[in-house]
Design a protein around this ligand. Structure first.
Ligand code: GDP
Ligand code: IMO
Ligand code: MG
Length: 430
C-alpha cells in the first residue's frame, strides 16, 4: 500500500490539481494538509474545467476528501465551493467531504487585516492573495484563533469573537486606518455557516488512520510550493504555512511512518505570482510567449504570472527539502514552439558558482543564473500519450532534468486535461 504526498517544487501553480485528480483514481482518500483558499487547483475532465480552492482535488473522482487540521478555512468560500460542485453534479456532501474540527476558521477581520497591511506596505507589499491567510495563521500561533470545534459551540464562539474583536477593531481603525468589523454581524453570519457545515466536521485523524490500517491508500495534496514555505521559502515573500511534504503528517494528523513516497510537481518552466525574487525570470518576448501559451494567470486572483526558464537550483532544493521520490513534469507542451530551451543549473554570485539556493535575499538578488541551452522540439506534443513517441529533443530535456536533480520523472503532463498525460510509473496503481 502506498500513501503519497504531492507537493509543488517551485512557487506554486505547478499543476498539482491536475496530477492529484489523475492519481486520485487509485486512492481512497485525498487529504489537503495546509494553506487555505489562497490555493487555486485546476482540473480539466472531459473538457470541463473545475477550479478548487479548498476542496481536495480528489472530489471529481468520487473519493473521500479531507480538509486537514493544518488548513485555515474560510467557511463562506468553502460553502460556495460545495454549492458550485453540487451545481455541476459532483457529490460534495458530508459522506465525501470531511473537515477537521481542529482546522482554523478565517474570520472577516483576518481578511481586513490582510488587505490593510498590504495597502500600508505600498510597493514593499508581498502581493498576498488577500484571503486572510497570514493573519489567521498568526492568530493560530498566538493562540487567539478559532477552530471549527469552537465555531460549532454557539456560546463559546460568541465569547471568543467578542473577546478578540475589540483588539482587532482597534488595530484596524487606529493603525491600518481601515474599516472596522461589526461583531454582532460576524456572530450572526458565522452561526449560519456553523449549522450548514456541522455535518462535515469530524476528527479526520481517526478517519485517515482507520483507512490506512485497513489497507486503503491516501493521497496528500499540498498547496502552494516549496519556495513559498514559511521556513524554507524566499522569506518574507512566502505564504504562512509549511508547504513541504513533512507537514502532510502534522497537517493531517498522522505519523511519518505512513508516508511511502513524495512526488514533486515541476512545471517545465518557472512561474511566480506576487512579489519576491525569481532568478530565472524572463522580461522578454520569450517570457511573454510562455505566459500566453501557458495561459499563466492566477487561478485564485487572476493575476498575470511572472514566467522564466526552469531553475534546477530550486528544484534540487525541493528534492532535498521534501525528500522527493519522483517528479511529475507538467506543461511540457507549452515549450513546444521554442527554438531553444534554457535550463538553469547553478547561480553565479560575485564570481563564485553557487549550486545551492541562497537563504539571504540580498545574495539571491545578485545571483545570475548559469544556463545550458538545449534544442527545442518545435512540435505540438499535446496529442502524444507514450514516452517513445515524444520528440527526441523533448526526451533529452526530460533526461537532463532527471540528471540535474538526481530524481526520476514518473509522470509527464502535455495538456490540462486528465487524459493529456504520459504515466511512466504510477506508484499508487495496485
Ligand atoms: P496548481 O495550483 O498547482 O494546482 O496549478 P494551477 O491549477 O493553479 O495552474 C496550472 C494551470 O496549468 C491550470 O490552468 C491547469 O489547467 C494547467 N495545466 C496543468 N497541466 C498542464 C499541462 O501539462 N499543459 C498545459 N498546457 N496546461 C496544464
Ligand atoms: P497554489 O496552491 C501561487 C503566493 C501569493 C503571495 C504569497 C503570500 O494554487 O499553488 P498568501 O495569500 O498565501 O499570504 O500570499 O504566496 N501564493 C501562491 N502563489 N500559487 C498558490 O497556491 C499560492 N498561494 C499563495 O501570490 O506571493
Ligand atoms: Mg494554483
Amino acid at each position: 500500500m502506498s500513501n503519497l504526498v504531492i507537493v509543488g517544487t517551485q512557487w506554486g501553480d505547478e499543476g498539482k490539481g491536475k496530477i492529484v485528480d489523475l492519481l486520485a483514481e487509485y486512492a481512497d482518500i485525498v487529504a489537503r494538509f495546509q494553506g487555505g483558499n489562497n490555493a487555486g487547483h485546476t482540473m480539466v475532465v472531459d473538457g470541463q474545467q473545475f477550479i478548487s480552492h479548498l476542496v481536495p482535488s480528489g472530489i471529481l473522482q468520487g473519493k473521500t476528501c479531507v480538509i486537514g487540521n493544518g488548513l485555515v478555512v474560510d467557511p463562506e468560500v468553502l460553502l460556495g465551493e460545495i454549492d458550485y460542485l453540487v451545481g455541476k453534479g459532483v457529490d460534495a456532501g458530508p459522506e465525501n467531504l470531511k473537515i477537521s474540527e481542529k482546522a482554523h476558521v478565517i474570520m472577516p477581520y483576518h481578511k481586513a487585516v490582510d488587505h490593510g497591511r498590504e495597502r500600508m506596505k505600498g510597493d514593499k507589499k508581498i502581493g498576498t492573495t488577500g484571503r486572510g491567510i497570514g493573519p489567521c495563521y498568526e492568530d493560530k500561533a498566538t493562540r487567539r484563533g478559532i477552530r471549527f470545534v469552537e465555531m460549532l459551540d454557539a456560546d463559546l464562539f460568541e465569547e471568543r469573537v467578542r473577546a478578540i474583536m475589540d483588539e482587532k477593531n482597534f488595530y484596524l481603525k487606529e493603525y491600518l486606518k481601515a474599516d472596522t468589523v461589526d461583531p454582532d454581524a460576524v456572530i450572526y453570519e458565522y452561526r449560519g455557516y456553523a449549522e450548514r457545515l456541522r455535518p462535515y466536521i469530524e476528527n479526520v485523524s481517526v478517519i485517515i488512520d482507520e483507512a490506512i490500517k485497513s489497507g486503503r491508500q491516501v493521497l496528500f495534496e499540498g498547496a502552494q510550493g516549496t519556495h513559498l514555505d514559511i521556513d524554507h521559502g524566499t522569506y518574507p515573500f512566502v505564504t504562512s504555512s509549511n508547504t513541504v511534504a513533512a507537514n502532510a503528517c502534522s497537517g493531517a494528523g498522522i505519523g511519518p511512518r505512513h508516508i511511502s513516497g513524495v512526488t514533486g510537481i515541476v512545471k517545465a518552466y518557472t512561474t511566480r505570482v506576487g512579489a519576491g525574487p525569481f532568478p530565472t525570470e524572463l522580461f522578454d518576448a520569450i517570457g511573454d510567449a510562455i505566459q500566453a501559451k501557458g495561459a499563466e494567470f492566477g487561478a485564485t486572483t487572476g493575476r498575470r504570472r511572472r514566467c522564466g526558464w526552469l531553475d534546477t537550483v530550486i528544484v534540487r532544493n525541493a528534492v532535498r527539502l521534501n525528500g522527493l521520490t519522483g517528479m511529475a513534469i507538467t506543461k511540457l507542451d507549452v515549450l513546444g514552439e521554442l527554438d531553444e530551451i534554457k535550463i538553469c543549473n547553478a547561480y553565479e554570485y560575485k564570481g563564485q558558482t553557487l549550486s545551492e539556493f541562497p537563504t539571504n535575499l540580498k545574495v539571491l538578488a545578485e545571483c545570475q543564473p548559469i544556463y545550458e541551452t538545449l534544442p527545442g522540439w518545435k512540435t505540438d506534443i499535446s496529442g502524444i500519450r507514450t514516452y517513445d513517441e515524444l520528440p527526441e529533443e523533448a526526451r533529452s530535456y526530460l533526461k537532463r532534468i532527471e540528471e540535474l536533480t538526481a530524481t526520476p520523472v514518473d509522470i509527464i503532463s502535455v495538456g490540462p486535461g486528465r487524459e493529456e498525460t504520459i504515466v511512466l510509473n504510477n506508484i499508487l496503481a495496485r
